[in-house]
Design a protein around this ligand. Structure first.
Ligand SMILES: *Cc1c(COP(=O)(O)O)cnc(C)c1O
Length: 367
């Protein structure tokens, strides 16, 4: 045993009390043939993308620090949404954007409110930043009732409200009326996390409400519909004072030159990047139709690239894994008893998932 492993050495520098029993966050990964567990896009970025990026990075001066306020990238994002560059801020994945928001507006004596079921990173971000967390339940149809939301906001007086729309893991979007009510009935920074919005029907995004609701912040990512989960790039749109405040907590030069260039190229090729979305939507509905033949399964509505499925009994996750199909297990989460979430993959991967479901459930052999 080396000196650093000895328990008495460790006890002189114990990890923070609240982290002692914490496991590092992340979906379990297994080396199996079909992995439909992290909501990435199965298809690679367009062929031209890497070639263009390779060409552009030849002229970078990597001995120099990157442009700290990443002005060119922010200008390109601003052009995409027809907003001002001063209202745009990017970081290494939308998770880092969310962390910076929690660092700037959360912390000791501050409260963040979020919905349940919801994105499992929000509790983690609250814990890391020592922010008090308050959970509000979605209704039985996994929707956020404006009155429930407004009552919770009045009762808990949150500093921040975090809403994934479409929701992860459920797939339902939050209605604009609920967003307006929450904004009007609270003093909170209202953060709408639109990680999956490119898959949702037109009109789902709350970006058009930014002019009307001054404390609204919209968070976006390149990890899902943009097929660039390996890049680590996300951004926010919000008031200029929000962009100024997050700069008080960001690390200097947090966004490296390679990421800035790759993000710019992706935005230039946006139409090619997003062309696959119709295929995802039709595969999702094909999977839903197939799953619904199993009358004992419940499939939640989804405007995203995944489906939440409730099984008739425990153990679906393990039994799918036995058939070489990895999905995400939510069965131990409150309100998600017996639920798995499956990402829409390639047609072949989806077929493998559906075949595994048929075998496991065995009740539509003749369907
Ligand atoms: C996947 C996901 C993200 C994306 O995180 P990145 O750090 O941008 O990869 C953000 N929010 C939700 C709700 C997600 O499901």
């Amino acid at each position: 045993m080396s000196a650093v492993d000895q328990p008495d050495v460790r006890s002189t520098v114990p990890v923070r009390d609240d982290l002692r029993d914490v496991a590092p966050y992340g979906a379990p990964q297994y080396d199996v043939a079909v992995r439909l567990n992290t909501n990435e896009t199965a298809e690679s970025p367009p062929a031209a993308f890497l070639a263009t990026v390779a060409e552009r990075i030849r002229s970078l001066e990597l001995n120099r620090y990157p442009d700290r306020p990443h002005r060119a990238l922010r200008a390109a994002i601003a052009a995409r949404h027809e907003v001002d560059r001063e209202t745009v801020w990017a970081a290494n994945g939308s998770n880092e954007v969310l962390l910076q928001l929690l660092q700037a507006y959360g912390g000791p004596d501050r409260t963040a409110l979020y919905v349940r079921p919801g994105y499992s990173m929000y509790p983690e971000l609250c814990r890391t930043t020592l922010t008090r967390a308050v959970e509000v339940d979605l209704d039985d149809r996994f929707e956020l009732s404006p009155t429930v939301a407004a009552d919770a906001a009045a009762e808990h007086d949150p500093d921040l409200i975090l809403l994934p729309s479409p929701n992860n893991p459920v797939g339902t979007p939050v209605g604009h009326d609920a967003i307006r009510t929450l904004h009007d009935r609270s003093r909170a920074l209202l953060v709408v996390d639109e990680a999956y919005v490119e898959f949702a029907p037109t009109g789902t995004s709350v970006v058009p409400l930014l002019g009307e609701l001054p404390r609204l912040v919209v968070v976006r990512t390149f990890s899902k519909a943009f097929r660039l989960a390996g890049l680590r790039l996300g951004y926010l749109l919000g008031a200029p004072w929000v962009v100024q405040d997050v700069q008080k907590v960001r690390l200097p030069y947090h966004l490296d030159q390679l990421t800035q260039v790759a993000g710019l190229v992706a935005l230039e090729q946006e139409d090619d990047f997003l062309a696959h979305r119709e295929g995802i939507a039709s595969e999702r509905e094909r999977m839903r139709t197939h799953l619904e033949q199993h009358t004992r399964l419940e499939v939640a509505p989804s405007a995203a690239n995944f489906l939440l499925v409730r099984a008739p009994e425990d153990g679906l996750f393990d039994r799918l894994l036995d058939h070489g199909v990895l999905v995400r297990d939510f069965s131990s989460k409150p309100r998600l008893e017996r639920c798995i979430r499956v990402t829409v993959g390639t047609p072949e991967e989806n077929d493998a998932f559906l075949a595994a479901i048929d075998t496991v459930l065995g009740d539509v052999a003749s369907a």
